[in-house]
Design a binder for this molecule. Structure first.
Ligand code: FE2
Ligand code: FE2
Length: 192
């Protein structure tokens, strides 16, 4: 790890709870291994993986308050589904508190929860690393996604997005329109 990343990790280890930190480390190294497989930039994958949940400390109320303070506008669905807020806020903190300037890394953090249509390779890597990292508890379909992601990352994104949308709908929860768009985009060539 570079000095810069070690410094960020040290800071995050003071802020994030133990489980969140474990998850963060899992995402970071899973992202690096996917970057090796798909010839993406390994340092960018480590950086985005390390920072993807950097805003996930404090309560949702704290996150909303911080967004108001920093004048970060929230969409209707972000207000309705506050679990989404940490992605946008995380990109802001990555840029302004951790000095990350690379747009690709910031976008990968912004879209790690919902994905988006036509993602860059780094965005897909962080989206899927967040879903499959080793500390994730086993949910139906996870093994299948882990099994195919190193052969076909688009298919893995399709399966993960499809399961996220279904899980939320089945649980009677609201689904962010961007998650649906992600699923629709990636299912175009796949049979789910
Ligand atoms: Fe997250
Ligand atoms: Fe995460």
């Amino acid at each position: 790890m570079t000095e810069e990343l070690l410094k960020i990790r040290k800071d995050l280890s003071k802020k994030l709870k133990k489980e969140r930190l474990e998850h963060t480390t899992g995402v970071m190294y899973t992202a690096a291994s996917l970057a090796m497989c798909y010839h993406a930039d390994i340092q960018k994958a480590l950086t985005a993986g390390l920072l993807h949940d950097c805003a996930k400390y404090g309560s949702v109320k704290d996150q909303i308050r911080l967004c108001q303070k920093k004048e970060i506008p929230l969409t209707e669905s972000e207000t309705a589904m506050p679990a989404l807020i940490h992605a946008k806020l995380g990109a802001y903190l990555a840029q302004h508190e951790y000095g990350i300037k690379d747009r690709e890394i910031l976008d990968a953090i912004t879209y790690h929860t919902t994905g988006r249509p036509d993602m860059t390779m780094l965005e897909k890597i962080i989206y899927i690393a967040d879903y499959i990292e080793p500390n994730r508890k086993i949910i139906p379909g996870l093994e299948e996604i882990r099994g195919i992601v190193y052969q076909d990352i688009d298919r893995a994104v399709c399966l993960a997005a499809g399961r996220t949308v279904r899980y939320l709908r089945d649980g009677g929860k609201s689904v962010d329109p961007m998650s649906v768009s992600t699923y629709n985009f990636y299912k175009k060539d796949a049979t789910e």
